[in-house]
Design a protein around this ligand. Structure first.
Ligand SMILES: Cc1cc2nc3c(=O)[nH]c(=O)nc-3n(C[C@H](O)[C@H](O)[C@H](O)COP(=O)(O)O)c2cc1C
Length: 729
């Protein structure tokens, strides 16, 4: 919620002021060249910073008459307004030590004057000045709201300068450059605002007048100007200007404007007559002018130019980000109360919508009624038969803004009929809470009476089209939808097929006819237990996937023969020596954990396959607890021999029979070992689940209750930290 308020403010402020900001930035870039070009002129004395007024005045009086004023400009060039010995009057740049003229002060560059007017007032006088002032203030608010957004994105102030995850070009550089140029931009905006407040006299100009007691003024002891203490002790670098006395009369005096005060000095005795310090307001407005224009420092002027150029980039990249978010809006052919397929999307930056739209279009193409919307628009969908949720995760594993209300809405609105659901969680392994919100949505849906899982939750890392296609393929098969144009829509690579020959097939003697089939790849290839083997039994778009157990160099599958099953029937008919085409799909999220000391493997039925491979592949040294469930001893027989050879790698084997003896499920065995499960989770152990979706739902529900009760946190915390790995179907 908070993220959206800041985001909307940031956007609203930017939209309302971007035209003025563009103009101010372009003119600001040009104006920053003014101090840079001025400083390239060679009017500054070499040892300027060491010189005092006393060292300079003799040379001045020697070379000039009728000196009105001597000033030191922002470039530390010394300028005298006087008449030289050849009777030329005017303003001259001079060498402070010799008093020699270095050139006459020319007129200000007309182009810069024109740009300055545009920058200050848009040629609209006071009204223009008001808009420019307001724009400065809005820029300050934009920079502030942007800072808050960066802190939220980085998850804390402490991590403000930590690495930024590269999401896309516009977003990445909007944040990286925003962070880098934050201080100059805030300074530009604050100083611009202060200068406007001065223009409109909200900050009052200090008027200085010196009240001199002429009755008390002394003519003695008369000193040479070079001996005046105040002249000897005042550096030229601190001088803004020196007004010379109008006549030699003692009542005429020097007026010195210094960096922090104004003083008057008796022209005969050198005594300081009056001293008026500048007000804080005056010091602030002068500092603001220096910082806003870069007039005192060329390097700062360059930084200002870069910052102004970047403001233009922020306008561009901000627009791209906004456009991408906007493009997530969809028009529906069918209304929410007409559609059988409801696709709900949780997205912050719009990319998840791209995937959702691909599925939506595919459904419409297949003649189905499909509705697509945002997770926050969840309600009763009277005709819904299937609910597909595609959601990203944001912040600290939180919901995207358009999904923040979903979980509470889910409790409020119960669907009228039984609805199948499937959740695709989009996230990135660059964040510690991988796909956390997706898991929360999946867990919350599992608790609804009306909701029936269609597929297990599927995660997609970094918007990988390949990973999404894996889910889409499985989903399409389950719903009998043809995936004709999905790969084109998502730009996925074509599947790479390999040849495998059948080397072993073990058919169960049991009436349930599960079987183990071992396939040897014709060419060497990389794969591991937990990866998937995709086969195309009818040589068409229909794909069937099986979890792989790697045995030596071979692929081992455990398959349950379904009556009329396309994939299981095909594999069952294969004979030893026969060759088939298939492809291996990397399934990183279900690989044996490389570091965890404790691993709890849970399976039912043929879900045992990847675990047999994992046990075969890994040597002793871990705490492995295996919980497997079968209907009866007979159905376990098929795997018993394979497991016997791996028993020394297991800390404990626990088998549950659902139709025999105590009639237990794996969940019942786990309930007895709840303390062990909890200890494993708390000590970074990993739980792996493979088997049926209903078993998965049972276990996750039990884990949720256990973790809430004992740990006061949701199982989604462990899921998003990669401690609960699932591969169910
Ligand atoms: C600021 C920010 C925070 C994120 N936080 C997480 C996170 O906690 N967990 C996660 O798995 N992914 C996280 N992600 C990655 C997004 O979920 C992922 O990139 C997703 O595909 C974005 O989808 P969208 O463009 O539809 O919003 C984060 C991304 C960003 C930009």
């Amino acid at each position: 919620m908070t993220i959206s308020i800041w985001r909307y403010s940031h956007l609203a402020l930017a939209v309302s002021s971007f035209l003025f900001i563009t103009l101010a930035s372009v003119t600001g870039i040009i104006l920053s060249f003014k101090p840079i070009t001025e400083k390239t002129q060679s009017y500054k004395a070499k040892n300027f910073n060491q010189l005092t007024i006393a060292q300079v005045v003799p040379a001045l009086t020697k070379n000039y008459t009728d000196i009105i004023e001597v000033s030191v400009d922002y470039n530390q060039f010394m300028v005298v307004d006087a008449t030289d010995l050849n009777d030329n009057s005017g303003k001259f740049y001079i060498d402070p030590l010799t008093g020699k003229s270095l050139g006459k002060v020319g007129k200000e560059n007309e182009f810069f004057q024109w740009i300055t007017s545009l920058h200050r007032s848009l040629f609209l006088h006071q009204l223009g000045r008001f808009f420019v002032g307001l724009t400065s203030f809005l820029l300050f608010l934009i920079a502030t709201s942007g800072t808050v957004l960066i802190i939220q994105r980085q998850r804390s102030l402490k991590r403000f300068f930590s690495k930024i995850v590269k999401d896309n070009f516009a977003q990445y550089y909007h944040v990286v450059l925003g962070r880098l140029l934050l201080i100059p931009i805030i300074l530009i905006s604050v100083t611009g605002t202060i200068m406007s407040l001065k223009t409109f006299e909200v900050i009052k100009e200090q008027k200085i007048s010196h009240k001199i007691d002429f009755d008390a003024i002394k003519s003695n002891p008369e000193k040479k100007v070079t001996d005046f203490d105040v002249f000897k002790n005042t550096k030229l670098a601190d001088v803004q200007s020196i007004e010379f006395p109008f006549s030699e009369d003692v009542e005429d005096y020097f007026t010195l404007k210094l960096s922090d005060k104004e003083i008057t000095v008796n022209q005969l005795t050198g005594e300081v007559l009056t001293e008026k310090p500048y007000s804080k307001a005056k010091l602030l407005t002068t500092l603001s002018m220096d910082l806003h224009t870069g007039r005192t420092n060329a390097i700062w002027a360059i930084i200002l130019a870069i910052a102004s150029a970047n403001i233009l980039f922020f306008i561009y990249s901000g627009f791209v980000i906004w456009w991408k978010r906007r493009s997530s809006q969809v028009k529906n052919k069918y209304k929410f109360d007409q559609a059988e397929f409801i696709i709900l999307v949780g997205s912050e930056n719009g990319t998840t919508f791209r995937f959702a739209k691909a599925i939506h279009q595919q459904l419409l193409k297949s003649g189905k009624t499909s509705f697509i919307g945002q997770l926050n628009n969840y309600k009763v969908f009277p005709k819904a038969k299937q609910l597909i949720v595609l959601t990203a995760t944001y912040g600290l594993g939180d919901a995207p803004t358009n999904s923040s209300k979903f979980i509470s809405l889910l409790e409020k609105y119960k669907q009228l009929n039984s609805v199948q659901f499937s959740v695709v969680a989009f996230g990135s392994h660059a964040y510690p809470d991988f796909c956390k919100f997706g898991y929360e949505v999946n867990n919350a849906l599992s608790h609804q009476d009306w909701a029936k899982p269609l597929l297990e939750i599927h995660t997609v890392n970094d918007r990988s089209p390949e990973e999404f296609t894996k889910w889409a393929t499985l989903w399409a098969q389950t719903c009998d939808v043809e995936l004709t144009s999905l790969s084109k829509l998502l730009e996925t690579k074509p599947v790479k097929m390999q040849q495998f020959s059948v080397v072993e097939k073990t058919v169960s003697t049991n009436a349930e006819t599960s079987f183990i089939i071992r396939l040897s790849p014709k060419k060497r290839m990389r794969f591991t237990s937990g990866d998937l083997l995709a086969i195309y039994p009818a040589n068409d778009y229909r794909e069937r996937q099986y979890s792989i157990g790697r045995m030596g160099k071979d692929v081992q599958l455990s398959v349950k023969l379904h009556a009329g099953g396309l994939g299981s029937g095909f594999l069952h008919r294969l004979e030893i020596g026969q060759v088939l085409n298939a492809s291996i799909i990397k399934n990183e999220h279900f690989h044996f954990p490389s570091k965890a000391k404790t691993v709890i493997m849970i399976s039912n039925g043929t879900g045992i396959a990847p675990f047999l491979g994992m046990l075969d592949q890994h040597s002793k040294g871990r705490n492995i607890h295996f919980y497997c469930g079968f209907r009866n001893k007979l159905s376990f027989e098929l795997y018993e021999n394979a497991l016997k050879t791996e028993l020394d790698k297991l800390t404990k084997l626990n088998v549950a029979y659902s139709r025999e003896g105590e009639k237990q499920y794996v969940k019942d065995l786990l309930t007895k070992d709840a303390a062990l499960v909890l200890k494993a989770l708390k000590s970074d152990g990993v739980i792996m689940l493979c088997g049926s979706l209903s078993m998965q739902n049972d276990i996750i529900e039990w884990l949720e209750i256990l973790c809430q009760r004992e740990e006061n946190r949701s199982i989604s915390y462990y899921q998003s930290h990669g401690q609960v790995l699932m591969d169910c179907y």
